[in-house]
Structures are given as structure tokens and as C-alpha cells.
Design a protein around this ligand. Sequence first.
Ligand code: NAG
Ligand code: NAG
Length: 293
Amino acid sequence: MFLFVTLLILFSFMESQSEHLNLVGPEAPLVAVAGEDLVLPCFIRPNTSAVDMTVEWFRLYVDDSLVHLYKDHEDRNEKQAQSYRGRTSVFKEELQKGNASLKLSALRVSDEGEYKCLVDDKSWSDDITVHITVEVLGSHPVITMESYDNSGGINLLCESRGWKPEPEVLWLDREGATLPAEATQTHRDTEGFSVKRRITVYDYSDSNRFYCRLQQKHHMMETEVIINRKVFDTWKWAVGISVSACLIAVGLIVTAVVCYKKELRQVKQNAEQQRQRREDGQQKLRVAVGNYT
Ligand SMILES: *[C@@H]1O[C@H](CO)[C@@H](O)[C@H](O)[C@H]1NC(C)=O
Ligand SMILES: *[C@@H]1O[C@H](CO)[C@@H](O)[C@H](O)[C@H]1NC(C)=O
């Protein structure tokens, strides 16, 4: 009876000890870039050693769900999902501080989703959910000078591929103020989002700097283009050239017409001369025949 009561007291003591233990994780979803390493936080509060506990990390809503298992003082990853092979670890020296966080290396787009951290002791267990969003940074934006605009500006095109999620495309001046531009064209393929945005820029200073910025919530990429004033001046020059080119063309047409007329006259003259000669010949023949008869 005494033993029973002692056990009961001991048991309820253990119960109350573990009852106020809690697993704590990140408050917001984690956002990381593909290729980077990421720590998925999960720890016991108040800090209690997890060395003797089971720590299980698994995916929600997928078939092959085991991400990492720590049990009986070692990693037990025989049943780990194939895609996580060699990319996961728990921090062994941190476990004694109640830190059951998971390190996930070389993040993939397919890693996006919800993860559960389940910590299990004989008398206590708790779990938390960690949500991961994987972003992909696309190619560096490329700026193309497409053409001169009729209004004296230059048409520029900014392009980039392979973004996830879709980035915002901004054209900025040297002060970082956004410039009015055409609507962004977006295209989605297996690589992610491709974006294009055109702008017409004008001559503001000696060396005009413009920036095309691709912006996600947490990351951005930028390409700069410098357009010397001379390039804008070339436009006026180019207009000058095309005007004179037109004049030359008109001149050529006039010359051609004149030449053609000349040519025609020449041909007519030749024909006339030939006819004359033929008539003369016939006359001579007639004369000869006449003499003969
Ligand atoms: C528990 O956390 C507190 C504060 O973070 C720290 O001072 C203490 O050393 C930790 N205890 C253990 C056992 O790690
Ligand atoms: C848990 O350990 C990892 C790796 O050392 C560390 O980055 C993280 O801050 C730790 N978390 C807590 C709550 O101590």
C-alpha cells in the first residue's frame, strides 16, 4: 500500500513536472531561398534536456513523410523520405538544452510545406507545426535598348526569368524614385515566372542612370543602365540622317526618271534612224529595180 501511494505521488509529481513543459516553434512561416540551409526551430520551454526523448520531424499531407528521427540517443533515419537523405540533422549538443531544432541543407522548392516537430517522452509529448516557403531568385535582369521613340526618348526593355513567387518589376531613376512604365508582362513555365517590362526614358542629365529592379517580399535584384546624353543627341542626328536619306532617295528617283526618259528618247531615235535607213535602202532597191525594168 505504501509503495503504491509512493508510486502514485511520484507519478503525479512527474506528471505535474512535465505538464507545464511546452514545445515552442517559430511564430511566423519561415521564408528561405532555394539552395540555402535552413534551421527549423523547435525547443522545449522551460528548457529541459531532450537527450533521452524521441524527436521526430515529419511532413504533413505527404505520403513519404519522415524527415528526421532521433530516438534512443541516435539518429534513426532508415525510413527517412528519399528526398531528405543526407540533408537533415539535429544539433546533438543543443538537445541537452531542450533544443530540438532541425537543420535542413540545400533547400529545394519541393521542401516547401508544413512540418511537424514531435517530441515524445515516456510521460509527456507535444508537437508544433513549422511552415516553410521556398523562394527562388531568378536570373539577373537584362536591359535591352530597343529603339528610339518618336517623342525623343529611348525605349528600354527589362527581362528576367525563373522567379518564384512572381516578382514586382520596377523602373527607377538615379534617386530611386519609380518611373512610369508599361504594364509588366508575366509568363509562367516550369522554371517559374518570367517577366518583361518596357519603359521610354528621356534625357535628364549628362549621364542618365536607370535601374530595373526585381523585387520579392524578402529579396531583390537590380540592373543599372547608363545612357550618355550623346546617345539621346544621336537620336536627333538619326532623325537628320533619315531626313537626308529621304531626300537622297527622292533625288535618285528624279535622276532615274530623267535617265529613263533619256534612254527612251535614244531608243526612239535609234528606231527612227533604222527606219530611215531601211526606207533609204528600199528606195535604192526600187530605183535599181526601176532601172532594170
Ligand atoms: C535554460 O535557459 C536559460 C535562459 O535561456 C539559461 O540561462 C540556462 O542555462 C538554460 N538551462 C539549460 C539547462 O540549458
Ligand atoms: C537551437 O540550436 C540552433 C543551432 O545551434 C540555434 O541556431 C538556435 O538558435 C537554437 N535555438 C534556441 C532556442 O536555443
